[in-house]
Design a protein around this ligand. Structure first.
Ligand code: GLC
Length: 514
């Protein structure tokens, strides 16, 4: 499928916001939508031009809002639908875009659809979820809930047991209760989800990051059913909202892009080797220089090959499900990691706070289904004031505790320091935005897969060579057939080219025009 991508994705740089933890404008200890609107100029100053907002819909919050109870209503604690519409407008006035988190795979057990579905009498929602025919039969391919209502059946769950799986059908139905993808129940679920998308897109939302996008159709080992399902969503979007951006949490770009997504994430799961770079005992971006990017690059290259260079593969700095990058890398190491992330194809995604090296807060009791993810979700640190400027609530009333360390980083200090991580991220974003070859669609060719890591980014206007040496020791490399002409950006110390040989200092990333 040849998906037309909205033009604005060409140079998009996303900033992911966990709404609970960004800015609390009403002193109740939890962030809100107005807080996001208030900080749009900050995000723009950093250089990001798009936002991904984690779920902000009505929910009992057993999984931080990934358990939706009303897809079309902003959770009261974050504000109102009008606040969200105002955020869309304020972003558009600044030339920015906002995508929401769509959770199509499951709802909360509190969703009215599920409550109706639990009724023993047949009704419009009886087939909205995946029920077996008898309480004594469990759902063999998924975990399930049993004995929760008078309906005689077990119901499949997708993630936590508070998240019953919506019914998009089975690719290969094997049991009488397993419905085909084109049975009336699954088709109705599909249309209901289109209505949800329509609702927000009409209000001004610019697209969706789609949660667990690869998991919708069951008994679908090769993803063929789920791909076909997304192609149907794609046809709907092409017709009604061609400029809506679609980004999948799938991790298999060959499948998701075929399904009509514009971008897919390479994440901590699956065989991406993403964490070899930032989050293992010896990350590639550590100054110790013991890590390896080999497997990551091999997988990345395979993905590029499989997708024929079409569509975008995104490598985020982190997200709400992973350890903070700062858990293993210090600010200087993160500068080099960002020099890589911000010069890769696909739209970069910066997780809020990573621009100041916000730390992973250790030993927190789980909040709202975060478990070991909770430490990566702590409130943003803006200033050295009360609650680091996040909220005027008493410290112990914050919904997640902040980093208690007196030397915790904050935005104001980072912005005031010309050598800070924040300044480096801002400069690197500026560098990316000034060179189309470095943006979403420029091609990439890896020339090495060890130290120093070298790759070419290219489009019809120019070719840029990246030479990245995260290790402390200086090194050099000879790249046959490549003659760098001008050094156009460095992070860390320095580098120089002599013919095809490049010598680079330790902990340095250098970019040359070729
Ligand atoms: C995704 C989300 C994660 C959530 C899960 C279930 O992986 O990123 O936070 O818990 O889906 O919806």
């Amino acid at each position: 499928m040849n998906t037309h991508a909205p033009k604005w994705l060409d140079n998009a740089i996303f900033y992911e916001i966990y709404p609970q933890s960004f800015l609390d404008t009403d002193g109740d200890g939890i962030g809100n939508i107005r807080g996001v609107t208030e900080k749009l100029d900050y995000i723009k100053e950093l250089g990001c031009n798009a936002i991904w907002l984690n779920p902000c819909f009505a929910s009992p919050f057993t999984d931080a809002g990934y358990d939706v109870a009303d897809y079309c209503r902003v959770a009261e604690r974050y504000g109102t639908n009008e606040d969200l519409a105002a955020l869309f407008d304020a972003a558009h006035q600044r030339g920015m875009h906002v995508i929401l988190d769509l959770v199509p795979g499951h709802t909360s057990v509190e969703h009215p659809w599920f409550k109706a579905s639990m009724q023993p009498e047949k009704n419009e929602m009886s087939d909205r979820y995946i029920w077996t025919d008898s309480i004594w039969e469990s759902v063999d391919c998924l975990p399930c809930l049993r004995g929760i209502s008078q309906r005689d059946g077990s119901v499949a769950v997708n993630f936590f047991s508070t998240q019953p799986a919506l019914n998009y059908g089975f690719y290969q139905p094997e049991k009488p209760w397993q419905q085909a993808m084109d049975a009336p129940g699954p088709l109705a679920t599909r249309e209901a989800m289109k209505d949800v998308m329509r609702f927000w897109l009409q209000m001004g939302c610019d697209g969706f990051r789609v949660d667990m996008a690869g998991s919708l159709v069951k008994n679908d080992p090769d993803g063929l059913g789920t791909i076909a399902l997304w192609q149907d969503f794609r046809a709907f979007l092409d017709k009604e909202f061609p400029d809506a951006a679609m980004i999948s949490e799938w991790g298999e770009p060959d499948k998701s892009l075929l399904g009509g997504f514009h971008m897919d994430f390479l994440l901590q799961f699956g065989p991406s080797h993403y964490n070899d770079l930032f989050r293992c005992d010896e990350p590639f971006f550590s100054r110790r220089g013991k890590g390896s990017a080999k497997e990551f690059i091999a997988t990345y290259n395979k993905n590029v090959e499989k997708t024929n260079g079409k569509g975008l593969i995104c490598i985020p700095s982190g997200n709400h499900d992973m350890d903070r990058m700062a858990r293993r890398l210090d600010d200087d190491e993160m500068k080099i990691a960002f020099a890589f992330l911000l010069t890769m194809p696909g739209a970069p995604f910066l997780y809020y706070g990573d621009e100041i090296g916000l730390r992973h807060v250790e030993n927190l009791t789980s909040v709202e289904g975060g478990y070991d993810r909770t430490g990566a979700r702590s409130p943003m640190q803006w200033t050295k004031g009360l609650n680091a400027g996040f909220s005027s609530a008493p410290c112990n009333a914050l919904y997640i505790a902040q980093d208690p360390n007196p030397d915790r980083p904050d935005v104001a200090s980072h912005m005031a320091d010309r050598t800070s991580l924040w300044r480096e991220v801002q400069r690197l974003i500026g560098f990316r935005l000034a060179h189309s070859a470095l943006q979403s669609n420029g091609s990439i060719t890896f020339l090495t897969d060890s130290l120093p890591l070298c790759y070419l980014r290219r489009d019809e206007t120019e070719t840029i060579l990246a030479v990245i040496n995260p290790a402390a020791a200086p090194t050099s490399v000879t790249l046959d057939g490549i003659t760098p002409t001008k050094l156009c950006c460095t992070t860390g110390a320095s580098a120089e080219a002599d013919g095809s040989t490049i010598r680079i200092d330790g902990a340095t990333a250098a970019f040359f025009v070729v």
